[in-house]
Design a binder for this molecule. Structure first.
Ligand code: SF4
Length: 494
């Protein structure tokens, strides 16, 4: 690495540096160490692009600066040309660079008196802390490039907007928050940080950083798998609910392994339990576990839903990111030990809620306990009851039959291989390694939502649609079958 030739910074590299100097270093020099982008992350990027593109429709007489992503100089040239044309009122993806920092501005809007408005588009439904340094860097580069910036605005989705089934009302779908004053106030700090980051990148050695809470906030770092190689198997981050200050305290005294936590260090009840299980390599089984698992009425319905949470609402009466259920699985355990598998998957591009609720009520019938994993399903049932008055009463009646297996495990059982998590993805490998999700095509909820969109897309070839349909049914059915097996396994431990 030549210290006189350090890589250009960008707003994403600036944000990486704020999270962790080592992340910035790896992004510039060791990108090959990053984990591949997961389908869920890719879906987030795609949503961001879709929302960004939609927001440009709010600005008339705008043009997009289209260039190869690696030809930044060419993009700057096109931007300057567009700025000189008074008929162009807005420039999308406007590119600039100043003092070795390059940025692309989502929307640069012509304001009065030769000034410009900087507009950043986000697919979230609120202003988050990390957005300020993002627009702050853009402002600094624009000012350095000689632009007079009138206003800095963050355009994000409005979660109160309800789609009426006609053309999207973009003025209602988007909310603008003025960040001009906050952006001005953070300019000095950003300039100092940029100087620090250039210093770090000019150093021949990577910064020495111990992984901790910061690896997960505000984003899970793409180098976590790489950095974790030097971490103990029972890293202190696996203490459920541990906060930043306690992690920092432990890291400061050189403790990374749960087994090395000093006796006198204050932990919550559940963290103490995890520590004991790890230290003695043993399970924890509460004296009440059997009673909790047996407090059920047959037939026992093991229930799981899959939902879509689209940033841009698709169905009448829904809001951005509203969860729309499209699939359920119900594995029914009868008193004689018989297991019956029931399922529903909407296969047409239509609002699935009515059919979902009707078929679900048929399957659940009037009696028997309903076991879910977390309270997510209860929330969906309540939402359906509000939206579908014809099913309100029977839907609400099912709620009195629901028991949450996740909560039972959280209170009454622990296995060192849970690594601090009580999610099915953590519990199944520890208790039922033979039923690991790794063998399934669809392996997690967000991926299920994406695949569902392909099922209802008429351009998806029929044979592919059939394969996805089977994969979705296998995934949701797996979730409910493992719940039966987990309950059996836990009963055998009591
Ligand atoms: S995993 Fe953590 S320590 Fe490693 S680069 Fe990322 S944020 Fe930094």
């Amino acid at each position: 690495m030549n210290p006189n030739k350090i890589p250009m910074l960008s707003k994403s590299k600036y944000l990486a540096g704020l999270q962790c100097p080592l992340r910035l270093w790896h992004q510039c020099y060791n990108l090959h160490l990053a984990s591949p982008v997961s389908p869920a992350q890719q879906a987030l990027f795609d949503t961001g692009h879709e929302v960004g593109k939609l927001a440009t429709q709010l600005y008339s007489n705008g043009i997009l600066v289209e260039t190869d992503p690696f030809r930044h100089e060419q993009a700057i040239g096109k931007t300057l040309k567009a700025m000189q044309d008074p008929l162009v009122k807005a420039i999308f993806e406007a590119s600039f660079s100043h003092d070795a920092v390059r940025v692309k501005v989502d929307i640069l809007e012509r304001s009065g008196g030769g000034k410009w408005n900087l507009i950043e588009v986000k697919s979230s439904t609120s202003v988050k802390n990390e957005y300020l340094p993002d627009v702050g860097v853009q402002y600094l580069v624009l000012k350095g490039s000689g632009l007079e910036v009138d206003r800095v605005t963050l355009l994000h989705l409005n979660n109160q907007y309800v789609y009426d089934g006609n053309e999207l009302d973009l003025n209602q779908l988007f909310t603008a928050s003025d960040l001009t004053q906050e952006t001005l106030a953070c300019q000095g700090e950003i300039a100092v940080k940029l100087g620090e980051f250039k210093g770090i990148l000019g150093n021949p050695d990577p910064p020495e950083i111990t992984p901790s809470r910061h690896c997960f906030h505000p984003f899970e770092c793409e180098f976590l798998e790489h950095c974790s190689q030097v971490l103990p198997e029972h890293w202190i981050v696996a203490l459920a609910g541990i906060g930043r200050s306690k992690l920092d305290e432990l890291t400061a005294i050189g403790v990374l392994d749960i087994r090395d936590i000093p006796q006198a260090f204050s932990l919550t009840e559940i963290q103490e339990r995890i520590k004991r299980c790890v230290q003695y390599n043993m399970e924890y089984v509460s004296g009440d576990l059997r009673d909790e698992l047996e407090a059920v009425e047959y037939p026992i319905h093991f229930l799981d839903f899959e939902t879509l949470g689209l940033a841009i609402p698709r169905y009448v009466g829904t809001r951005p990111y509203q969860s729309v259920p499209f699939q359920w699985s119900d594995h029914v355990l009868h008193e004689d030990g018989r297991v019956e598998g029931l399922e529903y998957l909407c296969e047409e591009d239509k609002d699935p809620k009515e059919e979902f609720a009707r078929t679900l009520l048929d399957a659940l019938g009037p009696k028997g306990s309903i076991i879910t994993y977390t309270t997510y399903e209860e929330g969906i049932i309540k939402g359906l009851a509000e939206e579908l008055p014809q099913y309100r009463e029977p839907l609400l009646a099912t709620l009195g039959r629901v028991k949450d297996l996740h909560e039972i495990i959280r209170k009454h059982y622990y296995h060192p291989e849970f690594h601090g998590s009580f999610s099915l993805k953590a519990v199944v490998p520890a208790l039922l390694p033979e039923m690991d999700y790794a063998n399934l095509i669809v392996q997690e909820g967000q991926q299920a939502g994406l695949e569902y969109l392909r099922v209802i897309d008429p351009s998806t070839p029929a044979n592919e649609r059939e394969k996805i349909r089977e994969a979705l049914l296998a995934y949701c059915g797996h979730d409910t079958l493992v719940m039966i097996k987990i309950r059996e396994k836990l009963l055998s431990r009591c």
